[in-house]
Design a protein around this ligand. Structure first.
Ligand SMILES: C[S@@+](CC[C@H](N)C(=O)[O-])C[C@H]1O[C@@H](n2cnc3c(N)ncnc32)[C@H](O)[C@@H]1O
Length: 220
């Protein structure tokens, strides 16, 4: 089936024996990929808008997987279904992802794995997941149409990370490939622009940004 590299990478990180829920599924391509190409027996795909779900319904029918992909119109984790143990959320802002998880924390007790790909605020997402009792198991970058996407895999269980490790990414900082270097370079440029724009009175933010610039320069 046709699926972009970003969604395929997310799909390939989903445990094969899991029962996953994709929140913000849009056209449900990730869930269809999981049952059609990865052999998962069932998945749930949800979105809070009817437009994308209409297309999702057509896709599920087209790929003949209506019996394996359950589609739900729901806000965030309201689509939680008994037995779900893995959640994927991608293509949304990090603060929206955090809100979705915060609003329905009660369901997280059953969730072993979260695969999250925020469009921004990834540090805030990492901090939120640590607070919710998860640790970082994997970090992957995918470059598509000149945009670098971050994909974070969280597993249940607490772990301590220094600010430096959390900021750079405990797994990402061990990688030396070109996309990782470009990711750090982009972040360095953003932090340098921020430093130039910060008013002198923002002393703590200036101190933190200088520290982050130092960490990034060490990586490059
Ligand atoms: C940009 S699309 C990303 C689709 C797909 N996950 C991907 O990565 O390509 C974001 C989708 O999330 C849905 N969405 C945004 N906020 C949501 C929420 N709070 N609950 C459920 N769906 C949401 C939108 O309707 C939209 O279809």
């Amino acid at each position: 089936m046709k699926i972009n590299n970003r969604l395929k990478t997310i799909g390939d990180l989903v445990p094969l024996s899991s029962y996953p829920l994709d929140i913000g599924c849009d056209h449900a391509l990730l869930s269809i990929y999981l049952v059609k190409e990865k052999g998962l027996s069932k998945t749930v795909a949800s979105d809070n808008k009817s437009g994308p779900l209409k297309k999702a319904k057509e896709n599920v029918k087209f790929y003949k997987v209506s019996d394996k992909v359950k589609l739900l119109e729901a806000e965030g984790l309201d689509s939680y279904t008994k037995g779900i143990d893995t959640i994927t959320i991608s293509g949304m802002g990090g603060l929206n992802i955090n809100k979705i998880l915060d609003d329905n924390k009660k369901y997280l007790k059953n969730i072993d794995t979260l695969i999250l790909s925020p469009n921004n605020y990834s540090l805030a997402v990492k901090r939120k997941l640590l607070k919710l009792g998860y640790h970082i198991e994997n970090e992957t970058l995918v470059k598509e149409r000149n945009i670098i996407y971050e994909i974070l895999v969280f597993k249940k269980g607490r772990k301590y990370y220094s600010y430096k490790k959390l900021f750079l990414g405990p797994i990402l900082m061990t990688k030396r490939d070109n996309v990782t270097k470009e990711y750090y370079q982009n972040l360095l440029n953003t932090k340098k622009s921020l430093l130039n724009a910060l008013p002198k009175s923002f002393r703590n933010k200036i101190r933190l940004t200088k520290k982050e610039i130092k960490y990034l320069e060490e990586m490059l």
